[in-house]
Design a protein around this ligand. Structure first.
Ligand code: GCV
Length: 841
């Protein structure tokens, strides 16, 4: 008899320190008041597989560990039907259930690939999967119910909406991650695959629990060296680590590999030597990884090589790989992110948004059956607001998948809380009205709308070695929601968030209420303070994609243009007078976007160029809407840390403090965003804020007006990222200095906000004194505490704020800030704001 009483190979028990490593699978002990008095658990777990690499076996282990951790009950675990007689939690494939357990599989007949049946009746539990991993998904569903205190009987069949539910990692072989904000790679280090792959298994466990069945482990900007024999073996070890969780591994390819790695004279996809080279590499890969998911290809995009070099089509390129993986059952995900990044900004008909359709529409029907075209949700690049890509409606004879971004490249890089699922939902629910028929994006990518066999979801995640995975505890709701939506895109983002919260932080109503409130408010707030009305995220697109720099959008070849000038703003993408982009949609939708009156206002500047004085439905002008939205967004962000503080006694110290730190940072940086954008458009348009706020800061003392010792004035770039367009820095990098000011405010209690710049290249030290008494000491070391891309300069990325709360000030008190330079960080200061209670400035 094989019975195991469960010392587990994976970290299912609650960590003593809540560092986030188990995320929503932490299986916290359920408080007594959440256990029903009649709770009856089966006597044992029966997982019908003794093969340790089988997801069924994993399910048995997971159930045993989870139940022990949540309910403190240890159920024995068996793998053969005759080993135990009594009530069980039975986990099996439908085939095994029928053959070995002689069960009734009537309901199971409705199971799709990867689907599962979960039947909980009077203490007996049956979990059946169409596939082994389907059964594991069912086990995770059951455990999630227990962890959330939901014990009622159930009888359900759950099928995934789409067969492809993958994640992408943009990990480089040197261990860095492109657009990763949580430390180095768990897959690569020093141009090889590390020996210890524990984190890879743990990642697979998280992914399986939300129904993810495939992963591309390396950057789409791929390194050909991944295909050396040693690395193929390393990839094999990654696949071995993920297989017990049913997560299949695939890789990104560099199109030029036959030349750069193989030494061939060409990488022409129709050249026989190139075909043989790829066939041989593919066969070697499948020999080591027989269940390899397939390939992902970024070709002829942003400098990457591709078939166009040889005047071959993108379909020729995709089909080259499709033929190689076809005998092994593999899939080729071919990215539609193909565009020219040297377009002429002076050409009013030019439009990067049109490129995907221009490149792919004529190829419809030419891709082999195992090619899936992977399309970013919008026509540009993961902006805070974009319309759904028209390509979804333009290639009906081609399999398609939607690419979403969990890593928050343009959305605050995990240093800002932004729950992105509501944005994804607007796209997935969007009805493209192809042939005047219902054509929701989610039905297109599921293959339903155009009767395509394959399709689904690719989410760019970029987890790193940080124990929180994404660098921020709260950001993990995005990964959770991504998997759940890929399984069933009709689900409500708020309901998914609430499930995640109960699993991650418990079911206390206050905790649930606060996390729901701030998370659901976070995308609208971020949109408000970064870029409204469809103008895109007004970040620095030429540098870090993090802080504000609206000017960087225009007058370059990247085509993320806003066309802002002294009079107006927005891209005219109409057919009648603009770039013609709106005509890429099917007629009904095209007509709607063609006219300003019928374009939804949240996208008005995406489709139309209007004067700043254009009046919106609200009665406000566009420019006033900009000002008001930026003030409203930053104000909402101020409420996040305050709301979070109400959870102080309800959440473990480690996670509480970590989240509080980030939310406070976000509150400060949202003001940097607000002021920069408002100041920029005020400078450009010359139209003052009707509410008199922009450029007027009655609670601020600018550093340049303080009494300075060893400090000098400096400009910043872009200018609007410093209050009053000026900051101060120490005169040299081996000195210290002082900025002193007399506080001519009425005596009372104030918050003191100090705005400064935190760069990479040094960790300056600061001290703030009130009448000689030390209030706060801090360092310019955010680069050690936050994971976003840091800047070497004084700009909107490095501008930040620290706030000292509830300080009793007497009129005439002297506030002194001392700065000590370190490396290239010359202890820069921008201003101090003396804020009466409730004032945001
Ligand atoms: C991996 C944007 C990002 C790049 C990314 C690219 C892509 O341009 O900024 O980092 O490259 O998209 O999706 O291929």
């Amino acid at each position: 008899m094989r019975v195991s009483w469960g010392l587990l190979a994976f970290p299912a028990a609650v960590s003593a320190i809540e560092n986030g490593i188990n995320s929503w699978l932490r299986y916290a002990p359920l408080p007594n008041d959440q256990r029903p008095s009649n709770l009856r658990l089966p006597g044992a777990i029966m997982a019908l597989s003794s093969n340790k690499t089988s997801p069924i076996y994993t399910a048995g282990q997971e159930l045993q560990a989870g139940i022990k951790s949540i309910l403190n009950q240890t159920l024995p675990l068996y793998h053969e039907p005759d080993e135990y007689i009594g009530s069980t939690i039975l986990v099996a494939t439908t085939g095994d259930f029928n053959g070995r357990q002689k069960g009734d599989v009537e309901a199971a007949a409705t199971l799709a690939d990867d689907g599962y049946l979960l039947r909980i009746r009077a203490g007996n539990v049956v979990i059946l999967g169409q596939t082994e991993r389907g059964a594991l998904y069912g086990a995770f569903d059951y455990l999630s119910r227990i962890a959330q205190g939901r014990f009622s009987d159930a009888d359900l069949v759950s099928n995934p909406d789409a067969p492809i539910r993958w994640v992408n990692q943009w990990d480089n072989m040197d261990g860095s991650i492109e657009r990763g904000f949580a430390g180095p790679s768990i897959f690569f280090s020093n141009n090889a695959i590390p020996k210890n792959l524990n984190r890879v298994s743990q990642y697979a466990r998280l992914l399986a629990s939300i129904g993810i069945n495939g992963i591309i482990v390396n950057n789409v900007n791929a390194n050909a060296n991944l295909l050396t024999n040693a690395n193929i073996d390393g990839l094999g070890r990654i696949a071995d680590a993920m297989r017990p969780y049913g997560v299949q591994v695939g890789i990104s390819l560099n199109f030029a590999s036959p030349q750069t790695l193989g030494g061939l004279a060409t990488f022409d996809p129709l050249d026989q030597s190139v075909i043989s080279w790829w066939t041989d590499k593919t066969n070697r890969l499948y020999k080591r990884i027989p269940d390899m998911a397939g390939y992902l290809v970024k070709a002829n995009s942003e400098g990457q090589p591709g078939p166009l070099t040889y005047n071959r089509t993108l379909a020729d390129g995709a089909n080259l790989f499709a033929k190689a993986v076809q005998p092994h059952g593999g899939i080729v995900m071919f990215r539609a992110f193909v565009y020219d990044n040297h377009i002429n900004p002076a050409d009013l008909k030019a439009d990067r948004g049109k490129h995907a359709v221009e490149f792919f529409k004529g190829l419809d029907g030419q891709f082999l059956d195992n090619v899936v075209v992977q399309i970013k949700y919008g026509p540009i690049d993961f902006q805070v607001r974009e319309p759904a890509s028209p390509l979804f409606a333009n290639i009906p004879q081609t399999n398609t998948a939607i690419e979403l971004q969990i890593t928050q490249e343009y959305l605050g890089q995990q240093s800002h809380l932004v729950y992105v699922a509501p944005l994804w939902k607007t796209i997935l629910d969007f009805d493209l009205r192809a042939d005047d028929q219902p054509s929701r994006v989610r039905d297109v990518v599921a293959g339903r709308r155009f009767s395509n066999k394959r399709g689904g979801y690719a989410g760019v995640v970029n987890v790193g070695t940080n124990t929180t995975w994404l660098g921020s505890h709260l950001a993990m709701s995005n990964l959770y929601a991504y998997g759940r939506l890929a399984w069933d895109p009709t689900q409500d983002p708020q309901a998914l968030l609430e499930d995640w919260t109960r699993l991650t932080f418990g079911s206390d109503p206050l905790v649930l209420g606060v996390i729901t409130e701030i998370s659901m408010a976070s995308w609208p707030a971020y949109e408000n303070y970064t870029g409204n009305l469809g103008i895109q995220t007004l970040t620095d697109i030429l540098y870090t994609h993090y802080g504000p720099n609206p000017a960087s959008q225009d007058n370059n070849g990247w085509g993320q243009w806003t066309r802002a000038d002294h009079y107006g703003i927005g891209m005219d993408r109409t057919v009648s007078t603009g770039t013609g982009f709106s005509g890429q949609y099917p007629a009904e939708v095209a007509e709607k976007f063609e006219s300003i009156e019928t374009t939804p206002e949240e996208l008005i500047l995406w489709f139309h160029h209007v004067n700043y004085t254009h009046v919106l439905k609200s009665g406000k002008s566009v420019i006033q809407h900009f000002y008001d939205a930026h003030y409203a967004g930053a104000e909402t962000a101020q409420t996040f840390p305050i709301a979070w503080e109400s959870l102080r006694k309800k959440i473990d110290t480690e996670r509480f403090n970590d989240v509080l730190f980030r939310l406070r940072y976000q509150a400060g940086h949202s003001i940097v965003w607000r002021d920069s954008i408002c100041q920029f458009y005020y400078n450009l348009s010359g139209i003052p804020d009707g509410a008199g706020r922009v450029g007027r800061h009655e609670y601020r003392i600018e550093a340049e007006t303080m009494t300075l010792k060893n400090y000098k004035l400096t400009g910043v770039n872009p200018v609007e990222t410093a209050s009053n367009l000026t900051a101060v820095v120490l005169v040299s990098n081996n000195t210290s200095g002082e900025a002193t000011m007399k506080l001519n405010f009425d005596s009372g209690k104030y918050d003191i906000a100090i705005n400064y710049f935190d760069l990479i290249g040094g960790k300056a030290r600061y001290k703030a004194f009130l009448n000689g008494k030390l209030l706060l000491e801090w360092a310019g070391d955010l680069e050690d505490k936050l994971g976003h891309t840091f800047s070497t300069k004084l700009d909107g990325h490095s501008a930040t704020r620290v706030t000292i709360r509830d300080v009793q000030i007497q009129k005439g008190n002297v506030l002194k800030i001392t700065g000590l330079a370190d490396g290239n960080e010359l202890a820069p200061l921008d201003y101090v704001a003396i804020l009466p209670q409730g004032v945001v400035d």
